[in-house]
Design a protein around this ligand. Sequence first.
Ligand SMILES: NC(=O)c1ccc[n+]([C@@H]2O[C@H](COP(=O)([O-])OP(=O)(O)OC[C@H]3O[C@@H](n4cnc5c(N)ncnc54)[C@H](OP(=O)(O)O)[C@@H]3O)[C@@H](O)[C@H]2O)c1
Length: 214
Amino acid sequence: MRIGILGTGVVGQTLGSGLTQLGHDVTLGSRSATNEKAAKWVRENGPHARQGTFADAAEFGEIVFNCTSGNVSLDALRAAGEANLEGKTLVDVSNPLDFSKGFPPTLTVCNTDSVAEQIQAAFPGAKVVKTLNTMNAGVMVDPALVPGDHDVFLSGNDAGAKAQVSDLLRSFGWRNIIDLGDITTARGVEMVLPLWLRLMGAFKSPIMNFHIAR
Ligand SMILES: NC(=O)c1ccc[n+]([C@@H]2O[C@H](COP(=O)([O-])OP(=O)(O)OC[C@H]3O[C@@H](n4cnc5c(N)ncnc54)[C@H](OP(=O)(O)O)[C@@H]3O)[C@@H](O)[C@H]2O)c1
């Protein structure tokens, strides 16, 4: 599959590497077509890897991933271009964390709204699926890093898009995929981040994940 990734940070690079290793063609998108982090990632990830602007990546992808900070995701997606997102599955892994006053960060949107809902409202032609935001980037593409059973959540309005994303998740090795429901359920998974950050502090490691026992 052709996949566009918006974001050159650790999440974009890690998901991009995981997807190229599965044989997908990936364009890593940035504000600049010559972003140095993306250029290094291309050099290290072989023939399936390329770079471009946010618009290049979104146009290239049959599926598009949003791997930018939740505070700037709408700006990045506007730069990607509404027409380049039309009809496509848009996987949102962002979190609305504001670190401007230090640690712990606050949430810039919560309770009655979420970044995922804001994206869905701003780009009604895209099929937004929220997933993977509740864990460290390394765990996203290699769930076996955390021993035992643990879970990944899914939120979105389009059943077909969620099925497509579930297939990708299974190809990374995910077995426990919990479909929470429509895109409003993204509020819960975005608001779990304050807990996740405190768990990382308590365990002194980001290699962990949630498991829902019932
Ligand atoms: N770190 C983790 O393990 C983890 C886990 C789960 C979820 N997340 C979430 O995943 C997302 C990505 O995290 P990250 O640490 O990989 O990257 P990040 O530093 O949050 O974001 C990097 C991207 O944001 C773009 N960006 C920065 N300012 C911008 C602006 N004003 N307008 C448009 N784009 C802008 C950058 O563009 P350029 O390429 O042009 O510099 C870059 O591509 C975040 O929402 C984070 O909360 C992270």
